[in-house]
Design a protein around this ligand. Sequence first.
Ligand code: PEP
Ligand code: MG
Length: 735
Amino acid sequence: MAGSGAPQDRLNRVVRVIAQNMVAEVCSIYLARAGGVLELFATEGLKEEAVHLTRMTVGEGLVGLVAERGLPLNLSEAPQHPRFSYRPETGEDIYHSFLGVPILRTGRVVGVLVVQNVTPRRYKPEEVEALQTISMVIAELVASGELVDKQELTEDSGSTGEPITLDGLTLAAGVGAGIAVFHQPQVQITRTVAEDIEEERKRLEDAIAEMRLQLEEMVEHPDLAHGGEHREVLETYRMFAYDRGWQEKMRDAVSSGLTAEAAVDRVQQENRMRMYKIRDPYLRERISDFDDLAIRLIRIIQGDKSKYRADLTEDAVLVARSIGPAELMDYDRQYLKAIVLEEGSTTSHVTIIARAMGIPMLGRVTGLLTHVEAGEPVVVDSASEHVYVRPAEDVLESYKATLKLQEQLLAEYAAERDLPAETRDGEKVTLLMNAGLLVDLPSLDNTGAEGIGLFRTEFQFMVAPALPKVDEQTKVYSAAIEAAGDRPVVFRTLDIGGDKQVPFLPRDEEENPAMGWRAIRIALDRPALLRYQLRALLYASAGRTLNVMFPMIAEVAELRRCKVILNKEIARLAKYDKVPPKEVKVGCMLEVPSLAWQLDLLVQEVDFLSIGTNDLMQFFFACDRSSPRLANRYDLLAPPVLSFLQSIFKACDKAGVPVTLCGEMGGKPIEAMALVALGLRRLSISPTSIGPVKRMIRSVDLGSLRDFVFSNLQSAEHSIRDSLVHYARDHNIKL
Ligand code: PEP
Ligand code: MG
């Protein structure tokens, strides 16, 4: 109905047609501008001169009230309303009745559509309905960005929100800021106005029936038969799917002339606006349940072709109830500055991926979805575990400064990329990086890492919907080897189970999954899985060196079993005329303490060793690595830890077996400083840690540091961290 022509002409036509059809003396359109201002854009009935002149803030006058509430306002005696404010330039004092409806787009008020009559009357529900339908069409016009700059639309236009701070749980460290982008399957509605109402009715009814069917199937799924939380959630969903009020509203919206998908969307927008006002947290949470259902319904109507994610075009903070790892990886990492979730846990897949991608992430942020709107500025700070929504100017300035500092530092690290990681007294340390996804590979060149010391092959399995086939695995491994060129890549065979679940492997409930059926234990029980993976690794390394290591080895006998399988696969290559690797180097992760008591034997079995302190230390202290409550309980700079690690370094040195440390510990400058002092010369760390650790190494005089650390090994203190920090300060070591 908006028709063709310049957008302003179309608006003018729209107000004329509405005024005629509703027999109203006045019809006006106000659109939201930057800074929470509403501007009169078109009118039939008010004075022409007022167009683009009359402006009010959200909350001011009746129009402002509609924008503030996001709900229709239907008054027979408008001038008597306490919020009525008279604008002489419009000449509107003679009109008694007033009907205003918000123009909503993706949950935001982008304008207000108003009709007025001289005679006092209350508008009929059908008239309210009709005006709401038209407002959707106007919303589409506004979204084109021709009337109001798109930039303005995403600014603080319709929001009434004050700055707020929400608490969360740090899942991936860092600071990030950007505009809020909702991760929800973004449904795009391209057709709003129905050409054939009967046809649209049928599309809606068919889709509702299909949605119910899908939910029935989900609830009846055999995996859920024994009940539990999942089932309850689905039961609630099912209840909503049969909600009569919801369906009636959608049917009414179709009757008023909308397409089926536009009707679902409009009703959902209203639902959302209503529910935002509700204080009860349970009811507010239901918004997202309805959102999910509405999105599902629209997807069914559109034949599942709608887009799942927003294209990021500027710095963004992704906001979601939860998100899958594959979905996360769909976003453009360049613009993705942080992630905030209502759910999420330290062990969820997406957490591991976010950490691997170096994106700060906070989870368990209660009320997130109801407090943030798309397009609003958000700052995420993992150190304070705060999410600042619509941050006040001072907060924003302070974080801008922190970010700037962070960027400056990054630029400095980049400039130091090609400098050697060598102490002031000439001791060389090899800095490698940890990786697991193809997106990590460019970091090799960006950071100047000397290779990949730990390639976590399970990441590919975690983000895949089905077990990756040998050729799919080969592709990923080849890409890593290719990207590394002459630099080594150490592949670790599948470390699944525990905190890294894969979708296609049945999962037993375990009391202690970290100590349960995981990693090499699964591989040895399901040798086909390991065999295929080794095959893919061998294929990818044709004519080159393959470095492969096995995770969670608890005893030498276990490693020997792995080697038998590997050797069979190597032998198989000849049988099938495949080019073998130039050489195969076999290593082992040391992350189970028992293995440290077989070091003499172990060093004879391996070409290299890698210490996984993330796991090793949780077993060393009997302290769950993913328990937030225990996160700071024990310190890795405790004397027993350092003595233990030192004994491993010594044994490897004696045997001439290269030893690398690939846990998170090595990526922290102060920890790395202690490790280097104890004799470690190889670290495999996250790409973002290479710069800071190298800088620390280049500022150290190892001779005197070594004496200092050794003299502290017998200390009975909880940790030698403070002494080390003081030492670093006194000796100009850059931490
Ligand atoms: C470790 O345990 O230290 C390690 C590097 O492995 P992951 O963190 O993948 O368990
Ligand atoms: Mg581990």
